[in-house]
Design a protein around this ligand. Structure first.
Ligand code: SF4
Length: 262
């Protein structure tokens, strides 16, 4: 007959316990042996973080309904200490991007992400948040939120079921458990910077690319002149081969600059 779970647990406990107690450097009085647990700081630190990871309360589209169902009684996020969805980014550890990310919404999402304190994590829920989904290449939708903020876990599906979201959350817990307090970025100086908030104009763009966009649209001379004389008039026109070559050159310069370490 197979051992009962209780027997297995007792065996596991005694074997683990004995291996620690037999260690030369740890002396535990006999009467305290049943009450002593030896572990590492990383283990306790990560266990407490992953067991109380508060998600940020916001939803963008249909996937949000599945996220809400995950938190309700049938699936019950409280099992993971995650039922406290916070309405404030300053009290949240996890941003679940659940739904279609429109260009209009991107600046707000990035601003909220910047307001979250470290350690912070992002889970992209569903095909839309992961890569644009059924609206990819749409005029008003971005092809995945990871173009703008770093994503830790992707949950595919349209929409993903609550079980899929829970699986993604468990994967995030595993990631948290692999981190070490000595190496994590948020305890080091100047390693956690705010993500530049994209600007919504005729299209959404990264403010770090503004120089390149000016050169693209106005030409090198006009880009210089706007600094002193204000915005130049831009008339729609087809690109000449020389302009195309110039554009490629500017793009290559921008990519080379972006690859340089900060
Ligand atoms: S992935 Fe599907 S279910 Fe989720 S927001 Fe997009 S269209 Fe809606």
């Amino acid at each position: 007959m197979a051992d009962s779970p209780a027997t297995n647990f007792q065996e596991l406990k005694s074997s683990q316990f004995q291996s620690y107690l037999q260690h030369d450097t740890i002396v535990v009085p006999e009467d305290l042996e049943a009450n002593v647990l030896v572990t590492t700081l990383d283990k306790v630190y990560n266990w407490s973080r992953r067991s109380s990871m508060w998600p940020l309360l916001f939803g963008l589209a249909c996937c949000a309904i599945e996220m809400i169902a995950t938190a309700a009684s049938r699936f019950d996020l409280a099992r993971f200490g995650m039922e406290v969805m916070r309405p404030s980014p300053r009290q949240s550890d996890l941003m679940i991007v659940s739904g279609t990310v429109t260009k209009k919404m991107v600046p707000a999402i990035v601003r909220i992400y910047n307001q979250m304190a470290e350690p912070r994590y992002v889970l992209a829920m569903g095909a839309c948040a992961t890569g644009g989904g059924p609206f990819k290449e749409g005029y008003n939708v971005v092809s995945g939120i990871d173009t703008y903020i770093p994503v830790d876990v992707y949950v595919p599906g349209c929409p993903p079921t609550p079980e899929a979201l829970i699986y993604g959350l468990l994967k995030l817990h595993e990631k948290v458990e692999r981190q070490s307090i000595a190496k994590v970025a948020w305890y080091k100086k100047n390693t956690s910077e705010a993500v530049p908030v994209p600007i919504l104009g005729p299209d959404v763009f990264d403010p770090r690319q503004i120089e390149m966009i000016r050169e693209h649209t106005l030409g090198a001379g006009a880009a210089r002149s706007t600094a002193s004389t204000g915005p130049a008039r831009v008339l729609p026109q087809l690109l000449t081969p020389e302009q195309r070559a110039h554009l490629e050159e500017v793009r290559a310069r921008f990519l080379a600059k972006a690859k340089q370490p900060a």
